[in-house]
Structures are given as structure tokens and as C-alpha cells.
Design a protein around this ligand. Structure first.
Ligand SMILES: *[C@@H]1O[C@H](CO)[C@@H](O)[C@H](O)[C@H]1NC(C)=O
Ligand SMILES: *[C@@H]1O[C@H](CO)[C@@H](O)[C@H](O)[C@H]1NC(C)=O
Ligand SMILES: *[C@@H]1O[C@H](CO)[C@@H](O)[C@H](O)[C@H]1NC(C)=O
Length: 296
């Protein structure tokens, strides 16, 4: 019985204690497509292509089973994110991001992402996310995908969950050997942990961020297994302390381009605006998104 009791306690501690949660993106059954379209609720949904948010993001109701890690403490809907050839984000009044195809959900509280960042990105906090393959809409592992990250204003990532073949110029002649592995990278893009992105399974992650000491620790499990530390506490020295280091928490599909050798060399490293995209429709499933406060 002992393992059962331990699992139960740990689920309660890390899953449901309202006092310790900064943000909860585990979508209740009551949330609808129109909530997504109006960015009502836990997500700011404006970073996407020209269609409505609910064209790219679907809440799967009771038709799909979320990560089993938290189902004893709450009922949530699986979130399906997709990209297609229309997934070109145009930042307000700025140049279209023709190099990317992307759909992002950004954590917000009381209708503000930046206000939430200032609250949840102090001291030590732990970012939870679970991902699963969409076998009907597979990714193209010749490309790099950034699928969960915290992005400060300078466009860097405090940490990121990445798939595929990291962008290089020129493009590698074959996909990377670990292209189909889920990879957690630090701010300097050092690999901290990787695991094969096997199908038919939820892959559960948590990344604990110490915002003062600039460290990271990665936790992982598959399906219902309890999260376990898969790294020690490691330094994240290139990250910034204070408000410059804080940024939006994204669950996303950001598909980077391949280099187009016919474009001028000055454009070939500009992944945001240039390069090759096939325009295919691709998807991933997410659940178990939340952020907890860790107190010493
Ligand atoms: C993946 O991308 C490569 C490079 O653009 C392309 O040759 C290939 O056809 C793509 N595969 C699919 C299934 O779209
Ligand atoms: C942060 O670093 C300080 C100084 O090295 C140390 O005393 C403290 O225990 C560290 N805090 C955490 C949460 O590791
Ligand atoms: C995808 O969209 C781009 C930009 O709008 C366009 O140039 C390209 O022809 C489209 N590709 C496909 C396969 O529809």
C-alpha cells in the first residue's frame, strides 16, 4: 500500500492545493470555443494565423482522455493545437512571420499575461505540461518545433521543450538522430533531458525554475506514473535575473523553416521571416498545464 499512499499525497500536493497554484490551464469541461476566440479564461490566444483561435485550437470535451496524472483531482479537456499553411502570425502592425507556422496559447491571469508573469516568475516556481502525439496530423521531423517555452521580451527562452531537427544554415541533409525525441533545453539551448516521443502515451513534464539563483530542474513521467526528477538542479547562467528574465509561458506549435538556398544569404538565417514551409496541417495534444509555487 505504501507506494499508493505516497502517490496520492504527492498528487494532492502538486496537483490540487489551490494555495500553491499560480495558474491553472487545465481546461474545465465548461470552457468553450468562443471562450478561446475571445481569450476568456486561462489563455491569451492571439498568436496564430488569420483564422479564429478555435480554427487552430480545439477543446476535446469528454471525447479524449487527458494525462491520467491529475484526473483524480479534477476533470479537464484535452487541448488540440494545429498549424496549417494559414498559420502565419502578424504581430500588431509588424511584418508577417512568413518563416514560421505557429499556434500559441499564452498563460494569462485576470486577462493579463504580463501581470501573471510578474506574479508567478519570482522565487521558485514549477511549470507543468503534458504532451501527446496527434497521429492523424504528424509533424515533419526535418524541421525544428518549439512546443513549450517561457519567452522574455528579448525573444530568448528561459527553457524550452523542443522536437525535430534544430534549425541550421545550411539545413542538415538528414533529420537529426534524436529528431523524434522530446528535448528540454536551457536558456543557452544546452540539452538537459530527452526522451523518445512515443505514440499513444502522455509525456508529462515539469520544469522547476529558481528565478533568483537562475537554476532549472526537470521532472518527467509517462502516463500515470508519478513525476520523477530526471536532472539535478542545474544552473541556467545565461538567463537574466529580475523582470528582464520574466516572460510569457507558451504551449505552442512553432514550426521553424528550412533554409531556402535560393534566397539571399542575408535572409537565410532570418527564421522568423524566410525559408521553406510545406504548408501541411500538423497537430499535437496538450493537457496538465499549470504552474505551482514552490516554497522552501
Ligand atoms: C517534410 O519536409 C521535407 C523538407 O521540406 C519535405 O521534403 C517532405 O516532403 C516533408 N514531408 C511531409 C510529410 O510533408
Ligand atoms: C540560492 O543560492 C544561495 C547562495 O548560494 C543559497 O544560500 C540558497 O540556498 C539558494 N537557494 C535555493 C532555493 O537553492
Ligand atoms: C502557403 O502559404 C504561402 C504564403 O501565403 C504561399 O506562398 C504558399 O504557396 C502556400 N503553400 C501551399 C502549399 O499552399
Amino acid at each position: 500500500m505504501l507506494p499508493f499512499i505516497l502517490l496520492f499525497l504527492s498528487t494532492i500536493v502538486s496537483g490540487s492545493s489551490a494555495a500553491s497554484l499560480y495558474w491553472d490551464g487545465r481546461v474545465p469541461q465548461t470552457m468553450t470555443a468562443s471562450d478561446l476566440d475571445s481569450s476568456t479564461g486561462p489563455f491569451l490566444s492571439v498568436v496564430k494565423g488569420s483564422e479564429s483561435a478555435s480554427h487552430y485550437t480545439t477543446l476535446l470535451g469528454t471525447t479524449s482522455t487527458p494525462t491520467p496524472l491529475w484526473t483524480t483531482v479534477l476533470s479537464e479537456q484535452v487541448i488540440s493545437l494545429t498549424i496549417d499553411n494559414s498559420s502565419i502570425f502578424v504581430p500588431g502592425g509588424s511584418t508577417p512571420q512568413n518563416g514560421f507556422r505557429r499556434t500559441d496559447l499564452i498563460a494569462q491571469g485576470d486577462g493579463s499575461n504580463s501581470a501573471l508573469d510578474a506574479i508567478m516568475e519570482v522565487g521558485v516556481s514549477k511549470f507543468h505540461f503534458s504532451v501527446k502525439q496527434n497521429e492523424q496530423l504528424p509533424l515533419n521531423y526535418s524541421h525544428e518545433y518549439q512546443i513549450v517555452f517561457i519567452e522574455p521580451a528579448d525573444g530568448t527562452h528561459v527553457f524550452e521543450l523542443q522536437l525535430g531537427t534544430p534549425f541550421t544554415n545550411p539545413t542538415a541533409s538528414a533529420p537529426a538522430a534524436d529528431a523524434t525525441s522530446l528535448k528540454v533545453r536551457d536558456h543557452a539551448l544546452n540539452l538537459l533531458f530527452e526522451t523518445p516521443f512515443t505514440a499513444d502515451q502522455w509525456h508529462n513534464f515539469a520544469v522547476q525554475v529558481d528565478w533568483d539563483n537562475l537554476t532549472l530542474q526537470v521532472f518527467y513521467s509517462a502516463d500515470a506514473a508519478e513525476l520523477a526528477a530526471v536532472t539535478s538542479v542545474v544552473s541556467n547562467p545565461t538567463a537574466s535575473a529580475g523582470s528582464a528574465g520574466q516572460g510569457d509561458f507558451h504551449a505552442a506549435i512553432v514550426k521553424l523553416p528550412l533554409v531556402d538556398p535560393s534566397e539571399p544569404s542575408s535572409e537565410q538565417n532570418d527564421v522568423v521571416h524566410y525559408g521553406i514551409q510545406e504548408g501541411t496541417t500538423e497537430g499535437l495534444f496538450y493537457s496538465g498545464l499549470f504552474v505551482e509555487q514552490i516554497t522552501a
